[in-house]
Design a protein. Structure first.
Length: 428
């Protein structure tokens, strides 16, 4: 149905480059590097500065819900381009803030809202339009951009901070965060001719029941599973440095263990994409969740450094695979014209779950002076997530045998958002 001479792997390359400065990279790496300098200049405590990241996460959660619906209504390319441009400008605007804590929090809410476009969702739409048999691999390659960006950001940010200060650092990253993804969208990322027009047409027809997917059992299973695994993995990751330094390890050693989380997450992104193309994705996801569960236990209870490092590797597998899992599973259980809304809603619980886990696990330690009790709770939450994933059932939109299968429009329209499978609909 859709014909386009554009090589579909250029879209994957463009998405990967764009994700080098995705919102999670900015939040997890750039913010932390400049946070101490901001606190010193304004006389704020580290806890106060860290609230900027909380404000960012709140804005990001609301923004993800918006960007998902906006992509379904207006298309991925231009919606994403406008919001990412504003994302970069708002990052650069941090360099202009006065010594006002409310303004500081407000601008990070804005950054988080527009940063919702700097996630995998827009590029996943392009991948799902062009890939079927190799969809998981393509999504995994794009998602690996986050991990690669996490390794590159400190290399760029630390010299900027030392030579020019945090304000110049924010301007520099703001410009890069806007220009690189926008150029990728304009020059590399494409969808087949006619795809967006047809998808928006279906979305408009379906507009009166835009949130019918909330009645879908599979939506709530995915929503719950992703929220619980995000809560647990991000929460423990935030405590790796304190856990190791409390045991007497040097900060440099603790930082090295934390870096293994990032490295293993990159490998997990690629590996997950490879395996979900070949093995039923809920089975792959369950194995990943089990690895994360074991990693949580080893980090908290492991005595020797190699055991703790092994735990960090397993935890990184869980962290790295989540983006692949969300986009791939949504594409197999929901029609493409609702992809943005469904993925955006699930990504919201991913963002807020991580923020809640980081906050509540820290609070638990402050209260009980131990992680022993909370680690059992976290492992139980991951186990519930595993049950949810295994309860999804067979694919609604299973992969076909061809590597470049077009979207089956009749099939997409035949399955309503509530997930009920019409008896007359044949699988694609």
């Amino acid at each position: 149905m859709f014909n386009n001479a554009h090589n579909r792997w250029w879209s994957v390359a463009g998405g990967t480059l764009a994700m080098l400065l995705g919102s999670s990279t900015i939040a997890a790496f750039m913010f932390g590097i400049f946070a101490k300098a901001i606190g010193q200049e304004f006389g704020w405590s580290r806890t106060s500065v860290a609230l900027g990241l909380t404000a960012y996460t709140i804005g990001n959660g609301f923004g993800i819900g918006f960007i998902g619906a906006a992509i379904d209504k207006w298309g991925a390319r231009w919606t994403t381009g406008v919001m990412i441009s504003l994302f970069g400008l708002s990052i650069a605007a941090v360099s202009l803030i006065p010594q006002s804590f409310p303004i500081f929090l407000a601008i990070f809410v804005v950054i988080g809202f527009f940063g919702s476009a700097a996630v995998m969702v827009p590029y996943a739409v392009a991948v799902c339009a062009q890939f079927d048999k190799q969809r998981g691999l393509a999504l995994g390659i794009i998602n690996s951009g986050n991990g690669i960006g996490g390794m590159l950001v400190p290399v760029i940010a630390v010299p900027l901070l030392e030579k020019f200060g945090w304000r110049t650092g924010y301007v520099s990253f703001g410009l890069m965060a806007a220009l690189i993804p926008v150029l990728c969208l304009l020059l590399l990322v494409r969808v087949p001719e006619g795809f967006e027009a047809e998808r928006k047409s279906k979305s408009a027809i379906d507009g009166s029941r835009s949130f019918q997917f909330l009645r879908n059992r599979n939506f709530w299973l995915l929503f719950t599973a992703i929220g619980l695994i995000s809560f647990s993995t991000f929460g423990v990751t935030s405590q790796i440095l304190p856990i190791l330094t409390d045991r007497g390890y040097a900060p440099a050693v603790a930082g090295g263990v934390l870096s293994t989380v990032g490295l293993s997450s990159v490998c997990a992104r690629l590996g997950t994409g490879f395996f979900v193309d070949r093995i039923f994705a809920p089975f792959v996801t369950s194995v990943i969740f089990v690895a994360a569960m074991v990693g949580i236990w080893l980090i908290v209870h492991g005595g020797a450094l190699p055991i703790i490092t092994t735990g960090a590797v397993l935890l990184g597998i869980g962290l790295g695979a989540e983006g692949d899992v969300i986009t791939y599973l949504v594409s197999r259980y929901f029609p493409i014209h609702s992809f943005g809304r469904v993925t955006g809603s699930i990504w919201m619980t991913f963002a807020w779950g991580g923020a809640a886990g980081t906050l509540l696990i820290s609070k638990s330690y402050d209260t009980f002076k131990s992680y022993d009790g909370v680690v059992l709770v976290l492992m139980g939450l991951v186990a519930i997530g595993i049950v949810c994933v295994l309860s999804l059932g067979t694919y609604i939109f299973p992969p076909t045998h061809g590597a470049r299968a077009p979207i089956n429009a009749a099939r997409e329209q035949a399955v309503p958002l509530n997930g009920e499978r019409p008896s007359s609909a044949s699988p694609r």
